[in-house]
Design a protein. Sequence first.
Length: 165
Amino acid sequence: MSVADELLKANEEFVKNFNLGDLAVQPRRKVAVLACMDSRILFERCLGLQPGDAHMIRNAGGIATDDALRSLIVSHHLLDTQEFIIINHTDCGLLKVKEYKLRAQLAEKMGAIASEPAHFYAFDDLETNVREQMHKVKSHPWIPKHIPVRGFIYDVKTGKLKEVV
């Protein structure tokens, strides 16, 4: 049985007791979180969030890419979120690579050069990266200046969040 088949089987059990169908599309806590996709981190648990509380936007590195910005803009303008949180974490895979080396490795491994994605957004300093992502969000012309944007680093060994100012 494939992993996808196992997940579908789990969904059959989930549906039997499903009770979240009446949640509003707008997040109850009016917050959107941009975080890394790392499978070790359950941000909803770490932040004490329940289903329906927040928009969770996850990608490799918790980067404010065009698509993440698109999601934040939709989150605010269409679904009334009033606060944004950006979370990076220790031991991130993008901390361990250099952009040019990753592209070269992939081209060699696959025997082809690709124009997309244009960037993997590798970085070498967590605090600097969090500040850069916060700046990208805060400086976007479609994100109102009154929206608070705060950044944090999650420690994968302790579960603790440290604010980046």
